[in-house]
Design a protein around this ligand. Structure first.
Ligand code: NAP
Length: 245
């Protein structure tokens, strides 16, 4: 870790967009707290950390407040220029004949898991680490939403009720967070990574064109760089276009 460089904390940094964000930010000279549920079982992340001392794996389960508090205790007093809420779950694989978030099979336990991970997790993590963000120069909180959370863009897709609902609810929660943190100089932004070739996209059953995780992370990095406190707080896709609510 280099005290003169900015620091980002990424959730869900062991695979997918999160792992690519670790590489992207580290490549631009950032210190990266790369958090994962089980960093000891994350070989790709471990390899990145071995190759670059600015990358430090951390344990964090965003469904566990105890896990958040333990992380906060480990990094108490350390400025966090950017909290990057990336971790989320889709909840179901399309190909398993699972209808746990579709009409006819609605499942309460799955609802709780998707909502807790995708909605409560990012908000509670922001609350838990707000002092670290306040102590930094850049003071940014970025959370990944999705076009699937857009009511305006809602088309035929109704396969993932909870995931879709979770991202719509997340957008509202982030607007409330933005409202409350703006007076303290913190920029709260809602970004979307685009369609990205990851496990989550494969689980959704989508097989069309998609970005690589590295392409998405590079675009997200550019958006983060440009963010200011005057950011309008609208969901911005990785290509810079606003996603209608
Ligand atoms: N891929 C796309 O096309 C796409 C499109 C729109 C939005 N997004 C959003 O982009 C973000 C990244 O998605 P992705 O495609 O990279 O997904 P992914 O490949 O499924 O990776 C999800 C990451 O989240 C982590 N995670 C899940 N539950 C967690 C928990 N309780 N605590 C900590 N980490 C947890 C996973 O860790 P484990 O390995 O431990 O499960 C994994 O590292 C998500 O917010 C997603 O909604 C993705």
């Amino acid at each position: 870790m280099d005290a003169n460089s900015p620091t980002v904390l990424v959730s869900g940094a062991n695979r997918g967009v999160g792992l690519a964000l670790v590489q992207e930010f580290a490549g631009h000279g950032w210190n990266v707290l790369a958090s994962a549920r089980s960093p000891e079982a994350a070989p790709e992340l471990a390899a990145l950390a071995r190759a670059n001392p600015r990358i430090v794996p951390e344990a964090l389960d965003v469904t566990s407040v105890a896990s958040m508090q333990a992380l906060a205790a480990r990094i108490r007093g350390r400025p966090l220029d950017l909290l990057f809420n990336n971790a989320a779950v889709l909840g179901d694989r399309h190909d398993l004949g699972n209808r746990r978030q579709q009409l006819g099979g609605l499942d309460e336990a799955l609802f709780d898991r998707v909502m807790k991970t995708n909605v409560y997790g990012p908000l509670k993590l922001a609350e838990t680490l707000v002092d670290n963000v306040l102590a930094s120069r850049q003071k940014k909180i970025v959370t990944l939403s999705s076009g699937l959370g857009s009511l305006a863009m809602m088309g035929a897709m109704s396969r993932f009720y909870y995931y879709q609902m979770s991202k719509a609810a997340l957008n509202m929660g982030l607007r409330a967070l933005r409202h409350d943190l703006r007076p303290r100089g913190i920029t709260v932004a809602i970004l979307a990574p685009g369609l990205v070739k990851t496990d989550l996209l494969a689980e959704s059953g989508y097989t069309g064109e998609a970005l690589s995780a590295a392409q998405s992370a590079a675009g997200l990095y550019r958006l983060v760089e440009r963010l200011t406190i005057d950011d309008p707080g609208l969901p911005i896709n990785v290509d810079g276009r606003v996603i209608p609510w």
